[in-house]
Design a protein around this ligand. Structure first.
Ligand code: 5AD
Ligand code: SF4
Length: 477
């Protein structure tokens, strides 16, 4: 489908969607009057922050037609699976849970079930789903969230199963309503899709080519968030460093940061994820100069061996990466560096693996997400010879953690006795009297305090550290 066709269809769909929104809202208002309760939805979100944010948009669309969110999946009128495809275990989890919901739907035939997200962008998986889980009423993709009211209308009013997927589009839907999980922090998309085609990764196939939002749209959204009391934003993109490449005026990510840094009310700016091949000196300067931009860079290395990096199509070398880290540490002395690492990529020898260990030791990461390589159909790496047997992958994974965790703990232990501003996020899940929040460097901190402090920035003195969190006490100012 060419761009013009896509646009024509979308314009038509958008008009239809707005008609359906009005009609569904009226129907749901009637439902509320008759039943004394609103119809409810429950979203099961799998995968990354991009998906989490998509779920906030799905929630916003549903709220705009009169639905209400519920934690109680068993009694929800609409259950939505927002799926992930990045590794096999994410996919298996979704199919397992769908099996559970199948039983639920047998006892509650009126319950609507929708499946969306990255898995649904793949034709073979949609076919498998329709065959194995024929009770699913609605299927939509990552580019068709805005069509949800029309799809619900089809099921509720026309009693038809609804499927709507657009493989790739250059359009960006702005101003979608959102139900935000947190009042004081928010996720903000700056780019969608990815052009990098790392050979292990499905993202470019399911989320399409990279496209950037206009700076004005991003600035407006963040100004509105700030007016609503939001203090921390996380800018989202598969590779935020290439922000602006497809824009006519070519605003760079560094330039965008300087603009966002001026917005009153916002205290912290985070961003995820940076690609090492596009991390420029200008960007390092922007992180250093913009007082609201957190001194934390998530810089996925994936592997330490140049041969493996080449086979992964990462387009940088170990030397380039280490040079970047050196520059970051020199320019921003207290910078926290975190990463993603894949173990057991096809062809990885013990020597290659040792190069990954070496890079961990050299960088001294503040934290890292570690993954076993997972074969993803349709990617180049899936076709490569020398796939690594599971036992070897697991053995390397365990040995990697044996090196990584003591480093992370040592980095955390440097915080003991120091005070850090912490934006209080929520009551701790483990104890009611405890609160949690993060330092600028993305370290999770637990400390005693009362609920009224949520949304405030407090100074916390660190008293104890573990590998995955720190403990501390609020210091009176
Ligand atoms: N197998 C294992 N890990 C993967 N990632 C992406 N694709 C795969 C795969 N096929 C990891 C990368 C990426 C993170 C989001 O997920 O480390 O940075
Ligand atoms: Fe996947 Fe590579 Fe794009 Fe990240 S940069 S989303 S790992 S293809």
């Amino acid at each position: 489908m060419n761009k013009n066709n896509t646009e024509a269809i979308n314009t038509e769909n958008t008009k239809l969607a707005s008609d359906r929104i009005i009609e569904l809202r009226n129907n749901n208002e009637q439902y509320f009057i008759m039943n004394g309760r609103r119809k409810t939805f429950h979203i099961l979100t799998y995968g990354c922050q991009m998906n989490e944010h998509d779920s906030e948009k799905i929630g916003g669309m549903l709220t705009s037609i009169g639905y209400e969110e519920t934690d109680d999946e068993k009694n929800a009128d609409l259950v939505i699976f927002n799926t992930c495809l990045i590794r096999e275990n994410a996919e298996l989890k979704v199919f397992g849970k769908l099996g559970e919901v199948k039983g639920l739907k047998r006892n509650k035939p009126d319950m609507m079930v929708a499946v969306c997200g990255c898995m649904m962008q793949k034709e073979e998986i949609r076919q498998k789903l329709l065959k194995k889980f024929s009770f699913v009423d609605i299927i939509f993709g990552t580019n068709t969230i805005q069509e949800l009211p029309r799809l619900i209308y089809n099921v509720e009013v026309n009693k038809k199963k609804s499927v709507d997927i657009i493989d790739n589009t250059e359009l960006i839907y702005e101003n979608m309503p959102k139900t935000r999980k947190f009042k004081y922090k928010a996720l903000v998309n700056i780019t969608y899709g990815c052009n990098n085609f790392c050979t292990y990764c499905v993202v470019p196939y399911v989320r399409g080519r990279e496209k950037s939002r206009l700076p004005g749209e991003i600035i407006n959204e963040i100004k509105m968030l700030a007016e609503d009391g939001c203090k921390e934003i996380t800018l989202l993109g598969q590779n935020v460093n290439s922000y602006g490449n497809n824009l006519d005026n070519k605003t760079t990510f560094a330039e965008l940061l300087y603009e966002l840094n001026k917005i009153d009310g916002i205290e912290r700016i985070r961003f995820m994820t940076s690609h090492p091949k596009d991390l420029t000196d200008d960007l390092i300067k922007a992180i250093k100069e913009c007082d609201k931009v957190c001194n934390h860079v998530h810089l996925p290395v994936q592997a330490g061996s140049n041969e493996i990096l080449k086979r992964m199509n990462r387009r940088y070398t170990k030397e380039h990466y280490l040079n970047l880290v050196e520059k970051l540490k020199k320019e921003i002395p207290d910078v926290a560096i975190t990463t993603d690492i894949i173990v057991g990529f096809p062809g990885e020898t013990e020597e290659d693996f040792q190069e990954t260990i070496d890079i961990i030791k050299k960088v001294q990461y503040d934290s890292a997400f570690t993954f076993l390589y997972s074969v993803r159909e349709g990617t180049k790496a899936a076709e490569m010879e020398d796939q690594i047997p599971d036992e070897i992958k697991h053995d390397r994974f365990d040995r990697l953690l044996d090196v990584l965790y003591p480093i992370v703990l040592e980095r955390n232990s440097r915080c003991i006795g120091r005070e850090y501003p912490v934006l209080v996020e929520s009551v701790s899940r483990t104890s009611e009297n405890y609160l949690t929040g993060r330092t600028e460097h993305f370290r999770l901190v637990h400390f005693k305090g009362s609920e009224e402090l949520i949304g405030k920035t407090v100074n916390v003195k660190i008293t104890n550290v573990k590998t995955f969190h720190m403990e501390g006490e609020i210091v009176e100012q």
